[in-house]
Design a protein around this ligand. Structure first.
Ligand code: DLL
Length: 433
């Protein structure tokens, strides 16, 4: 099912025309209403009249996370506060959060793009959808909530936490859809098993998972454990929240709502545009928002774009799985390592649970790299030789994928901390030194 066929299946030519018109309008808006943008454009020698088509976008300056912090809290609004009806925020690792203001119109757009996602997952007005993303300043809960209400489904606003109750209501209310982070879904899958309620008594069919990187291996694990189809849901606070992109029934790339959020891929170091198919940093310009439009926002997320029409009929551009964030990339003994690479290896080894932790440190000026991973109950053994053999196998696979050899530490099932929101998979002790 497609929510908005006109927009989701528009020809490439018409889409580019529409994007051009919308970009032009947005540039005029920020130039006249937002001092930092006006200054930035003047410094770069660009006037609103220089932006006539979508191709002109490369003339515009980038916006970074840093800018949002510098103009904290409301410096990047392009509308008077009287028009703002919602504030959301995302907490960074340090200091002040990033704040986003929405007008009534922005909230309508959020509902619209969210509806496209949940419709693509096959959900509709007859379905109970359990939203177990956190509600509050984080956009996950309220964003998924608006999406389900817009498609006319019955939203069960659980928020995260209170796992026993999550399972009880999922069962008693016959939830068909579950929206939460993939790591929390994994936690709920274990809790479901522990509850002793037979799987057939649950109606769950569909997962809307996002807010953190996850791999194909993790998808397989979740689909098997929960007996569902697990779909990707992508978004970020600065742009709107969940709903920037979604998978369809073919699970073959994440469709972006590009009539609202114009994507580009650039070289993360030089900022130069990269062609379709090449992995680089994803950049978004919001082209319909009023409250806090952002031009060429550097997401730090690494992915590539594919403009081929999808088998589902949608023409909207698809991005490949997010490899990680430029700032998630660990450099260990000079080698680039993404936690998602470790995850894909772990998910391929049947003896392992998909729960892991990377611990990086520096001892005597040398980087140390430990991968802790849980062994499944039925494979955990007191027999030293068996465990050593398994360790060797993991080490070998990681070495061939990463190009460096970590210290593998096998741990008991359920010993690595679980998360109810975004999982924490890396402890880099070098940062503190
Ligand atoms: O995580 C919004 C969201 C909520 C998306 C619920 C999906 C579901 P932030 O907290 O601002 O917003 O974090 C945004 O999370 O730049 C990515 O690095 C990462 N991320 C979000 N969705 C995905 C995904 C929300 N599907 C940051 N796959 C983004 C991989 C994701 N990474």
């Amino acid at each position: 099912m497609i929510w908005n066929e006109t927009m989701e299946c528009m020809s490439r030519e018409d889409m580019r025309k529409l994007q051009g018109i919308r970009l032009k309008r947005t540039v005029e808006r920020v130039y006249h209403n937002c001092e930092p943008y006006r200054k930035r454009m003047q410094e770069k020698g660009v006037a609103p009249s220089d932006i006539q088509t979508i191709e002109d976008i490369v003339k515009l300056p980038f916006t970074s996370k840093r800018d949002l912090r510098d103009y904290y809290p409301f410096g990047l609004l392009s509308t008077p506060m009287s028009e703002i009806v919602r504030l959301q925020a995302s907490s960074g690792t340090t200091g002040k959060p990033i704040v986003v203001g929405y007008t009534r119109n922005d909230l309508n757009i959020w509902g619209e793009v969210g509806a496209r996602c949940f419709t693509a997952y096959g959900l509709g007005k007859n379905d109970v959808v359990q939203v177990s993303y956190g509600y509050g300043l984080f956009t996950g809960g309220l964003g998924a909530h608006a999406a389900v209400e817009t498609i006319g489904g019955a939203v069960l606003p659980m928020s995260s936490g209170n796992t026993e109750k999550q399972i009880m209501l999922m069962h008693d209310f016959g939830a068909i859809g579950l929206a939460c982070t993939p790591s929390y879904a994994l936690y709920l899958a274990d809790a479901l098993l522990d509850s002793g309620i037979p799987r057939e008594e649950f109606k769950l069919k569909t997962g809307a998972f996002g807010a953190e990187p996850w791999t194909e291996g993790m998808r397989k694990e979740l689909q098997e454990k929960l007996g569902i189809k697990a779909y990707d849901l992508y978004g970020l606070t600065e742009i709107i929240g969940p709903g920037v992109g979604h998978e369809c029934e073919y699970q073959d790339g994440t469709h972006l709502c590009e009539d609202h959020f114009y994507p580009e891929i650039v070289d993360p170091v030089t900022g130069d545009p990269l062609p379709p198919g090449v992995t680089g940093e994803l950049v978004f310009s919001t082209i319909t928002k009023d409250g806090m439009p952002l031009l060429r926002f550097r997401t730090r997320d690494l992915t590539s774009l594919n403009y081929e029409t999808c088998r589902c009929g949608r023409t909207s551009v698809r991005m490949s799985r997010i490899l990680g964030r430029c700032d998630d990339m660990l450099i260990i003994r000079g080698v680039n390592v993404f936690p998602s690479q470790v995850e894909s290896v772990i998910c391929e080894i049947p003896q392992l649970e998909p729960h892991y932790l990377l611990i990086v440190d520096r001892v005597n000026n040398l980087d140390t790299f430990e991968v802790q991973v849980e062994v499944k109950d039925e494979f955990f053994s007191d027999e030293m030789s068996k465990m050593l053999e398994l360790k060797k196998l993991i080490n070998h696979r990681l070495q061939s994928v990463l190009g460096i050899s970590p210290d593998v530490k096998l741990v008991e099932p359920r010993s690595i901390g679980r998360s109810q929101g975004k999982a924490k998979r890396v402890i880099d002790k070098r940062i503190l030194k």
